[in-house]
Design a protein around this ligand. Structure first.
Ligand SMILES: C[S@@+](CC[C@H](N)C(=O)[O-])C[C@H]1O[C@@H](n2cnc3c(N)ncnc32)[C@H](O)[C@@H]1O
Length: 208
């Protein structure tokens, strides 16, 4: 008979109420592997595919929509090899309260909500106020990668904010799980590609 411990499922879907502030990633994952953070993981395709492809990396995802959080966490429980964690929270709040300084090796932001109406632009994730957040949580040499389908968001916020952030613009790295011709291969990218929309990508590195 197998020991009961073989059946313990990794705690993929975490609750903010039970987490220490700040987080201790080494304790949370049980190792000191690099941590990559995804904001707004939606159905979780990036986290599922990357955690399987790169077991030597710890993946942490933040998502505030309960349905997506539950859906993606369930996929990860069934498919990831134990190196992914998710939390349901608003990203700016969670990062401020829980993510330690210089702890993230790659920050992934794929198809962030564009908030197209002018009066809602202040809700966009990528804006001036996000620059010190990126500098604080990225390790020296750490990267941020952003892809969007929304030309306005890219031209008004993402591109100018990243270019004047003090981060160094670098080549965008296609994740290994992206299929031929894809930037990243998330559900939104696959849906928007079928509609023939163009995509905009940028990547930048925190200087060493
Ligand atoms: C357009 S969807 C993209 C989902 C996924 N990245 C993809 O490409 O398929 C944006 C996602 O980000 C989440 N989101 C937006 N703003 C957020 C925030 N401030 N904190 C946490 N999640 C957020 C939304 O709930 C949604 O699931």
């Amino acid at each position: 008979m197998r020991a009961a411990s073989s059946f313990i499922i990794e705690p993929v879907g975490l609750s903010v109420e039970t987490l220490p502030r700040p987080l201790n990633f080494a304790q949370l994952f049980g190792n000191t592997n690099p941590v990559e953070l995804e904001i707004g993981f939606g159905k979780g395709t990036f986290l599922v595919e990357q955690s399987i492809l790169r077991p030597e990396i710890n993946f942490f995802g933040i998502e505030y929509a309960n349905w997506f959080f539950r859906y993606a966490s369930d996929r990860l429980r069934r498919r990831s090899p134990g190196n992914a964690r998710t939390v349901r929270a608003e990203a700016n709040f969670f990062i401020k309260e829980f993510i330690p300084d210089s702890s993230i090796s790659v920050l992934h932001i794929y198809f962030p909500d564009p908030w197209p109406k002018a009066r809602h632009h202040k809700r966009r994730l990528i804006q001036e106020s996000f620059v010190p957040v990126m500098h604080r949580i990225l390790r020296p040499g750490g990267r941020v990668q952003i892809v969007t389908d929304h030309q306005g968001y890219f031209e008004e916020n993402i591109d100018p904010v990243i270019r004047t952030s003090g981060l160094k613009i670098v080549d965008y790295n296609r994740p290994g799980s992206a299929s031929e011709g894809e930037f990243v291969g998330t559900n939104f990218e696959r849906k928007y590609r079928r509609e023939g929309r163009p995509f905009y990508a940028i990547a930048a590195m925190k200087p060493l």
